[in-house]
Design a protein around this ligand. Sequence first.
Ligand code: HXC
Length: 515
Amino acid sequence: MSLLSRKISELQERTAKATQGGGESAIAKQIAMGKLPARERINQLLDHGSFFEYDLFIEHEAREFGMEGKSLAGDGVVIGTGTINGKPVAIYAQDFTVAGGSLGMMHARKITKIMDYALRMRIPLIGINDSGGARIQEGVNSLAGYGEIFFRNTMASGVIPQLSVILGPCAGGAVYSPALTDYVFVVDKISKMFITGPEVIKSVLGEEIDMESLGGARVHSEITGNAHFFAKSETECFQQIKTLLDYIPAHNECKATKGKVVAPDKKFKVEKIVPVDPTSPYDVRDVIRAITDGSEFFEVQEMWAANIVIGYGRIDGRTVGFVANQPLVLAGVLDCDSSDKAARFIRYCDAFNIPIVTLEDMPGYLPGIDQEHAGVIRHGAKLLYAYSEASVPKFTVILRKAYGGGYIAMNSRHLRADFVFAWPTAEIAVMGPEGAANIIFRKEIMEAEDSDAMRKQKVEEYKQKFANPYVAAAKGYIDSVINPAETRKYLIHALEVSSDKVVKRPNKKHGIPPF
Ligand code: HXC
């Protein structure tokens, strides 16, 4: 055997040892839980044969609590680079079979190394989380590791897309890395995210709670809004990641690639989807599908705050972000959660040069003590801030109702929309005709012989005067009142003429958004 052959076989032996994970029984346990081993996850997600792994031979340096001399393959995390649909990405995947994927100092260094690469190379970063949190035996070194990750998450925010995939426990302070990233993917029955686990809750509060009800995939998709994409299996989750990466650009100084232009499916016709009666519901996603190439729409946070719809589609081959009131849920009102949801998405689109299309049909902000006490003033302000701050091309189409504060908040001319189009069915007013008539004509209604008839007459008067797009159009707050069937045509042109948009903003370190 030549010297080179001996060296190569030593490398092969070392590689086999470093990639064996936590051993056969730990891997069998992982698979029995419906979870894939770390490298298999990476290989399924990335283009076949594209993965290059680094820091395979990293060793931990812990000495306490029986760690001396204990070898942990790769220190419980796999890092590397590869491609998805031909586009480069950086990735790490925690390996739960090795010490529960717990994060020690060297484990953290591997993650921060790949984060640094991603930022330097300006490519998306994908983190697969499957970990028991800070490695208890390594004490403050583990905590320091988290701090280094959080700092990098923050520095990379708005520069490269950061995707967190929760494929197991993500416990304790570890959840703050996904929370700092752009998109969180969860899988039913597999993902668990919580700050304090069931055991701590039991000892402190004396309450018994299972992990699923505490922080399972559904909890974070429907209740907390921490997750953006819910999947039934890891395979479905990987498909979602690929689709998302297809829509968004690789970094903040490039535009998304222009795809093939495909006409919308003829079965979606805007004029047939939206009832003229402003109180009749419809699914605004069908309106989006009537506008987008191939009628495709990739929805974000579908299960949370469903009274507003956000997501990606393409118009004439270009990616746009949609923000649309959903009359199907709570009549599409704005509230705390829907304001948060839309505001964050707008900021994402703005950071990554993605034009924003707003479809408006809502009766205003949700009234009531619950919303007031939940902070609707502060949360609602986020939406105003996000739209005002956004400098990407931003267009609004008013389909029907645009009442009160909602009219202003939903990317009005006054927040610097580039184009505002309204359908002839649009109603732009301080509030709905019934409420308005009851307030301003209260005396006449009360004093009339037939109050109901007088109310009806006054409502009708108000509607004639204000419940239409022409008062706003007469002031130039609306650029064009358009035939609904021509919505896509108008948006294509708006995108064309605004592709080199520039705006100047006052010089500042940063604003103080109502976080
Ligand atoms: C060291 C850990 C560990 C940890 C798990 N393991 N978590 N080792 N530090 N944090 C080890 C276990 O000892 C076990 O090792 C192996 O991983 C598998 O764990 P199991 O408990 O057998 O698995 P399972 O029953 O599936 O339970 C998974 C789990 C549980 C729910 C995640 O392990 C757990 O509750 N871990 C602690 C979670 C937690 O509270 N972490 C927060 C830490 S504080 P062996 O050798 O037996 O196979 C924190 C603060 C960070 O993270 C703050 C940053 C700001």
